[in-house]
Design a protein around this ligand. Structure first.
Ligand SMILES: *[C@@H]1O[C@H](CO)[C@@H](O)[C@H](O)[C@H]1NC(C)=O
Ligand SMILES: *[C@@H]1O[C@H](CO)[C@@H](O)[C@H](O)[C@H]1NC(C)=O
Length: 394
């Protein structure tokens, strides 16, 4: 027996130190600065050794992308990419190749910009990316190609790095990032002169929360978009955190799920709450026309796909004046659901022809790669009226 005791002792001390460390980490997390460093992960990136002012390094043709800056009302400088459709590039290749490269001093002088501004059929997707990295990180560049390189496409993309990310100035907060998102849309409408009826707002992960806030803002101003696409979103950041797994395997805050009281206490310390479900409901309620696509992969290990259900519920409920019973919404939803095997399905909710909400659950795609999948491109085409449903509204 004498040889067993030290092992127990060791285990005891490991548990003691492990728990203490964890509790200390939770307490440290209540520090707003540290919390934002962890949640936004804006200083974590994989493109340190690459020059994001040279998009050829990420597989684009010369000057297909114009990097440029714009300034927000509170004087942050936001770094952005204008990505032009390849089919349009092909028609103007020699002129575009001859233009200066790198971050544009004045984007309005570029050929690519003029082609966007002066084409009455040009469509624009405004892309809000997830946390960490830059416009050029990971699957993001592939997703631009999936959206912009279609053979008949006149779909341009505007992608931005929020304040504190990449080459943008400042540091991120919920309030600040929303200002950046609104400033990007203002740039599109007022500088690039693309009317909102030809703009789709698309976000992934954290970007869905930015999208929800931005479209809520414009709905309050009476501005409708061609469509809104939420990929791998969440209902609120506070509720997400206990089920969020860093990089898909480290459910760091899962122990909070065991005690509602501890969770409530702790959630008071979440500085940026990103209440997307509420914002999406407001957006649906205030808009005259809604084309909302909620896309999530079943095998998303970072954000559970059930968040899509929550967003759908909030949106569908908001199409009715007084709201509906959740069980009734679910019953009506299941009647309008097409199952496609492997757990994939599409649920469609229609309130007349004015408000259409689709929840599209795909079987594969994980958390980020799904952005490059055809379901997302199809959502954009449908939002732009380039489908069997017909033309864009005027
Ligand atoms: C864009 O903004 C960044 C950050 O302020 C700055 O370093 C860079 O020089 C700007 N580029 C141009 C072309 O204005
Ligand atoms: C549905 O809408 C009603 C009225 O706006 C609201 O009181 C209720 O909380 C909503 N339910 C859900 C599940 O969002």
């Amino acid at each position: 027996m004498a040889s067993v005791a030290p092992i127990f002792k060791k285990a005891y001390w490991s548990l003691f130190w492990g728990t203490s460390f964890y509790v200390l980490a939770l307490i440290a997390f209540t520090n707003p600065w540290l919390q934002r460093q962890i949640l936004y992960a804006h200083n974590v990136q994989t493109t340190w050794w690459q020059d994001i002012n040279k998009p050829e390094q990420f597989g684009f043709v010369k000057n297909q992308i114009t990097p440029f800056n714009f300034t927000t009302p509170d004087q942050e400088v936001i770094y952005a990419w204008h990505i032009m459709p390849l089919a349009l590039y092909a028609k103007h290749e020699s002129e575009i190749i001859a233009q200066p490269s790198g971050c544009a001093e004045d984007i309005t002088k570029t050929k690519a910009f003029r082609l966007l501004r002066d084409d009455p059929d040009a469509r624009l997707i405004i892309n809000f990316h997830g946390n960490a990295g830059t416009v050029a990180q990971g699957w993001r560049t592939d997703s631009y190609r999936a959206l912009a390189d279609g053979s008949t496409s006149n779909i341009h993309i505007l992608a931005i790095d929020y304040r504190g990310f990449g080459l943008s100035t400042g540091s991120p907060t919920e309030e600040g990032i929303i200002i950046d998102g609104i400033a990007a849309v203002d740039w599109a409408i007022n500088v690039a002169k693309v009317p909102s009826s030809r703009i789709v707002i698309l976000g992934q992960s954290l970007g869905t929360a930015v999208t929800a806030a931005v479209v809520e803002h414009y709905a309050q101003e009476g501005v409708d978009f061609a469509g809104v696409v939420l990929v791998a979103g969440f209902t609120t950041l506070t509720e997400l955190l206990p089920s969020y797994s860093i990089a898909g395997w480290l459910p760091i805050l899962a122990p909070l799920k065991s005690s509602p009281a501890l969770f409530r206490l702790w959630s008071n310390y979440v500085v940026d709450k990103w209440p997307s479900a509420t914002r999406i409901a407001n957006f649906v309620r205030l808009s005259k026309r809604v084309r909302l696509f909620i896309v999530h992969a079943k095998d998303d290990a970072e954000i559970p796909w059930t968040n899509a259900e929550g967003l759908f519920l909030a949106a569908a409920n908001a199409t009715t004046e007084k709201g509906m019973d959740v069980s009734l919404i679910q019953k009506m939803k299941s009647r309008n659901t097409v199952h496609m095997g492997d757990g994939a399905f599409i649920s469609t909710w229609k309130s007349g022809n004015d408000k259409i909400i689709r929840e599209e659950i795909v079987a594969y795609g994980h958390h980020s790669r799904v952005l490059t999948y055809a379901t997302v491109s199809l959502a954009a085409l449908k939002a732009f009226g380039m489908d069997e449903g017909g033309a864009l509204p005027v």
